[in-house]
Design a protein around this ligand. Sequence first.
Ligand SMILES: [Zn+2]
Length: 198
Amino acid sequence: MKSKFTRKDILVLPNPNLRKKSAKVHVITEKTLQLVEDMKAAALDWEASRPNEVSVALSAVQIGVLERVVIIREDFDDKDNKNFIVLINPEITKYEGEVVTDQEGCLSVADVYGLVPRYEKVRLRATSLDGREIRIKSSTPFVARILQHEIDHINGMCFIDNITHEKNAFSVLTKDGSLEPIKYEDVAKMGILDLKEE
Ligand SMILES: [Zn+2]
């Protein structure tokens, strides 16, 4: 199965679809298989254009499909391993350990990173592409973070929505791949913060 999708098909904030809740997948069809291929193609093309980052995960909503489908890289440390684990209707069943704050980025939030608090361990239940039940226990706080980030996506949240009012949480990625703090006002000016409740 092939895909014509590229990084240009990835939605970026303030696209309103990124703040809509995705619907459950009731039947896995050819369309679901194609969706997964499109997600992989878009994620890998994005990565090819970004020398200092890896496409660790993507949710269907990020290519504009409001279905609860998530892909997660099999091995984040090996860019040559292009395999992804597919999670249909993923659900966190348990949060464990401490809440830790660390840097997070997103393919839909270009160049802006933020310090987001997340549980350091989670357990998750999902369905595989061939319809089996999968149970995952996060192996590291980084994996737990990714899983919580993707679950946010399918519930209509981006990582920055966890820190909308945090004044000192944001950074930008510089050309040499390091993070440099950015003023809150400058993030607000980008129009990516969801400030409508104020
Ligand atoms: Zn994301």
